[in-house]
Ligand binder design. Structure first.
Ligand code: UTP
Length: 286
């Protein structure tokens, strides 16, 4: 019943970060002192996943390079006696087994998940959208996996959002069977506020049944002309339970410039070595 594989769809174009994302992977932008993607990978590993499957695109080579060995750099660091950095670099390349699959065209999140079918078709698997960075004591993916282990079925992370933000997210509704856990009955991608079935938005963490794949195969393009994961999960609800879990923890939306900036400032303020720099700027001191 447990979840050992985690899929990372990272083939999106990142248009909200253009022009920087013309050539640079959004997931490689720094969040304080390491790339955004590393937070998601650490969360997956801390949640008990052993295999990481990245669905990548043309401009995402740097992700592969980041998690690979860099013999030249390691050699220089070792020869210069920078052993702490040397071991840090080795650790990054050894932290996970990562498989890369190319999504040839960015046809949507649902299509990106479908690209992982050959690897994930035999069991329930996790999905992490690394733009959503969660900082918490209990990793959010593991909160979802616990519900899957206890109740079976698929699970998505939910957050109560303000009405003005509803049209930015997939919105889910259902019956609250225990505090913070909903058996979902409906799900709509980016609805208008008047069409939204609730104020609970799906955030970038899922545990999905392999039965999602046949449903994704037959899915027509939905909102934004993309193959939507939300539409396939709504179909899945007809045959097996899909739970919504109001996660515990803090979320930073690093998929937008403002969210990414806010996350950097907040986490820098919480860092003993960086806090003073931020405070000096904010207070207008040099
Ligand atoms: P987003 O909706 O954030 O799209 O995708 P995006 O392309 O990353 O960014 P914007 O909106 O253009 O600025 C949600 C997740 O789905 C992945 C993205 O990489 C992101 O992790 N995705 C999206 C794919 O892997 N393939 C796609 O075709 C679309």
């Amino acid at each position: 019943m447990t979840v050992k594989k985690c899929l990372f769809p990272v083939a999106g174009l990142g248009t909200r970060f253009l022009p920087v994302t013309k050539e640079i992977a959004k997931e490689m932008l720094p969040l304080v002192n390491r790339p955004i993607i590393s937070y998601g990978v650490e969360e997956a590993l801390a949640s008990g996943c052993e295999d990481i499957v990245m669905i990548t695109g043309r401009t995402k080579r740097s992700i592969e390079n980041y998690f690979d060995r860099s013999f030249e750099l390691e050699d220089i660091l070792r020869k210069r006696g920078k052993l702490e950095l040397y071991y840090k670099m080795i650790h990054i390349s050894e932290m996970a087994e990562i498989l890369y699959i190319r999504q040839r065209e960015p046809l949507g999140l649902g299509h990106a998940v479908l690209c992982g079918e050959t690897v994930c078709k035999d069991d329930y698997f996790g999905v992490i959208l690394p733009d959503d960075v969660f900082i918490d004591d209990v990793p959010v993916l593991s909160q979802l996996i616990s519900v899957h282990e206890r109740l079976g079925g698929s699970v998505v992370a939910l957050e109560h959002v303000k009405p003005k933000d509803i049209s930015r997210y997939g919105i889910a509704a259902g019956d609250e069977t225990e505090p913070g856990i909903f058996r979902l009955t409906d799900m709509v991608e980016k609805p208008k506020i008047q069409d939204a079935p609730s104020e609970y938005a799906i955030m970038g963490r899922y545990v999905l049944s392999p039965k999602i794949f046949p449903l994704l195969h037959t899915q027509q393009a939905g909102a934004g002309g993309e193959i939507q994961l939300t539409d396939a999960i709504r179909e899945l609800m007809k045959t097996e339970p899909v739970w919504g879990v109001v996660y515990k923890g803090r979320r930073f939306d690093c998929g937008t410039q403002k969210g990414w900036l806010r996350a950097n400032i907040q986490l820098a303020l919480e860092d003993d070595e960086l806090r003073d720099v931020v405070l000096e700027i904010v207070n207008g001191n040099k």
